[in-house]
Structure formats: structure tokens, C-alpha cells
Design a protein around this ligand. Structure first.
Ligand code: ADE
Ligand code: ZN
Length: 321
């Protein structure tokens, strides 16, 4: 990649690949329900978001110590830097760890360590976004936000992820208001499997500054107009959409339609270890299967920097790179 990219939609736990799962299971003496690597790899066929989430949460059992989270994050940063990512805003799921008895402090210590190392080693800037699990009680999200604030966790924002349909943004209005009052940025997954109405709610009730996925906005012309007029970024994840059967194939992906509609779209890997590749692989496959041009790729790179929460100074630096 000649131009600098920012990756804005990547779940750290979604970078946990089969080899690291086996290595951490051995280190932490966690017994896995898979006979070997091939057995695990054979389970990466998903029919929808929930079928993926079942494996995604199960595999997190191997993440126990700060060192595990540091190893995971270092692995992601190394691959991302090699693919031309110079700025990354990374989701992590605190509740998925605290619910298993892993203290938030442990999770943060590991990630923060890797963030500092990636800045030193690769010049890669980054920010952390704590995501609330929308399919868990709102009370749990509020508790974890309280813990984040108590620990003065170095995060830039909050997000909303996990199973979407049946868990509308409206449930989380108060938690997001509290986070925003503390000066945190707000983003939310919406319009991945859920209807355009969830995107409206994320904007109007959660104060979301970016929409994660958002591909279903195309079903609602008034919503598209709003997103275009307000330059609200959509962090689109093409390979994820194919693997979770949100679209039939990459050739059918609406990315170009979205760009041509004037939407501020970015391309991201979502869960690179589960969906067949990192940001570079998403772009490479879009070039071959959607005939994405150099100009379009450069536009996506500029979009990613504009859509990021990097400082104006860092944005200028990245745009000039
Ligand atoms: N958590 C990790 N990946 C996700 C996705 N694609 N949608 C919702 N929640 C997620
Ligand atoms: Zn996601």
C-alpha cells in the first residue's frame, strides 16, 4: 500500500488465530474442545453472526493474563504495520473477560504494553475502544463503564457489538450518555444484520460519531442522505460480510455503490483471524473481485484517516505520508 491507512474496525479478540489459541492453551493449561489445529480450522464456516460469535467467545477462554493480551495485540500490530496500517482504533470486549473472572486491569495492562511497543517499533499510532456487549444486560455495561472510569483506563471511546438483532441501540441510551459526558467518543455496530432503524437509533439516541458496518443503510434513502450530509463514517468490513453471509459474495458487495452515493466509507478487517484476512487482504480481494481501482483504494485510504479520531496534526501527517 503506497498510502497510509487507518484501521477503525477491528476487534482485538478477533485477531486471535488458531496457532496462538493452541499456544496460549498450553501456556495456561486450558483444555480445548478441539483435537488438533485442523479440527479447529475446520470450524471456521459460519452461517450468520451468531454462529461466528459462538466460536469467538469460546476461544477467548485461553486469554488469561496480561502477557496473553500483550502477545495477542503485538501479533495484530505486527501484521497491521506490514500491511500498511499506520493508525489503528481497536475494539476490545471487557465484559467477555470480566465475566470469566479475568480482571479488567489485567486486560488493560497487556494491551497498553503492546500499544506502547507498536508506537516505538512501527511508528503506529492507536486508540482503544471498549465495546459493550449488547446481548448482555445493560446493567453489566454500566458496571464495566464504572470500572473503566475508576481505573482511568486509557481508552478513547466506547462501542456496541455482539448479536445485533433483538438488541436495539435504544437499550444503551443511558450508558452511552454517561460515557459521552466523560468525554469519550461513541461508535456503534448497526445495520450489519439489524435494520436501518438501528442506525437511526445509534445516531439519535447514542450520539454515535461513526457507524460500524452500516451496510443496510442502503435500504433507506433518507438515512443515506443523512449519513452523506453529516459525513458520518461507515466502517465497512467486506470479507466479514461475506463470511457471515450478510452478502452473497465479494462481487456482490455494495462497497462501490456506497462510495458512489457519497458515503464516507472505510474498509476494515473486523475479525482478521476468523474472516480470511487482514486489511491488506480485504483490499487485495476487492481489487480482484470488485475491480477496485488504484484511485478508489486511495480514496478509501483518505477516508480512513478523515474518519479516525486521530488529532488534526496526526491526520495531516498521515495524509502527507
Ligand atoms: N464482535 C466481533 N465481531 C463482531 C461483528 N462482526 N459484529 C458484532 N459483534 C462482533
Ligand atoms: Zn465488528
Amino acid at each position: 500500500m503506497a498510502v497510509a491507512f487507518a484501521e477503525l474496525h477491528m476487534h482485538l479478540e478477533g485477531a486471535l488465530g488458531p496457532e496462538l489459541i493452541f499456544a496460549l492453551a498450553e501456556r495456561n493449561r486450558v483444555s480445548l474442545p478441539y483435537s488438533d489445529l485442523a479440527d479447529l480450522e475446520g470450524r471456521y464456516r459460519f452461517t450468520d453472526l451468531q454462529s461466528f460469535l459462538d466460536l469467538y467467545y469460546a476461544n477467548m477462554a485461553v486469554l488469561q493474563t496480561a502477557q496473553d493480551f500483550a502477545d495477542l495485540a503485538r501479533d495484530y500490530f505486527r501484521r497491521a504495520a506490514a500491511a500498511g496500517v499506520q493508525h489503528a482504533e481497536i475494539f476490545f470486549d471487557p465484559q467477555a473477560h470480566t465475566a470469566r473472572g479475568v480482571p479488567l486491569r489485567e486486560v488493560l495492562d497487556g494491551i497498553v504494553d503492546a500499544v506502547a511497543a507498536s508506537e516505538r517499533e512501527f511508528g503506529l499510532s492507536s486508540g482503544l475502544i471498549a465495546s459493550f456487549l449488547r446481548d448482555q444486560p445493560v446493567r453489566d455495561a454500566d458496571d464495566v463503564l464504572g470500572e473503566i472510569l475508576r481505573l482511568q483506563a486509557p481508552i478513547i471511546g466506547v462501542g456496541l457489538d455482539s448479536a445485533e438483532v433483538g438488541y436495539p441501540p435504544t437499550l444503551f441510551e443511558d450508558v452511552f450518555a454517561r460515557a459521552r459526558a466523560e468525554g469519550l467518543h461513541a461508535v456503534a455496530h448497526a445495520g450489519e444484520e439489524g435494520p436501518p432503524e438501528y442506525i437511526w437509533q445509534a445516531l439519535d439516541l447514542l450520539g454515535a460519531e461513526r457507524i460500524d458496518h452500516g451496510v443496510r443503510c442502503l435500504e433507506d434513502p433518507a438515512l443515506v442522505q443523512r449519513l452523506v450530509d453529516e459525513r458520518i463514517p461507515l466502517t465497512v468490513c467486506p470479507l466479514s460480510n461475506v463470511r457471515l453471509q450478510v452478502v452473497n459474495s465479494l462481487a456482490d458487495h455494495p462497497l462501490r455503490t456506497m462510495m458512489q452515493a457519497g458515503l464516507l466509507v472505510t474498509v476494515n478487517s473486523d475479525d482478521p483471524a476468523y474472516f480470511g484476512g487482514d486489511l491488506g487482504e480485504n483490499l487485495a480481494q476487492l481489487r480482484t473481485q470488485l475491480a477496485l481501482t488504484d484511485d478508489e483504494v486511495e480514496q478509501l485510504a483518505r477516508n480512513s484517516i478523515e474518519a479516525s479520531f486521530a488529532s488534526p496534526r496526526r491526520k495531516a501527517e498521515l495524509l502527507g505520508a
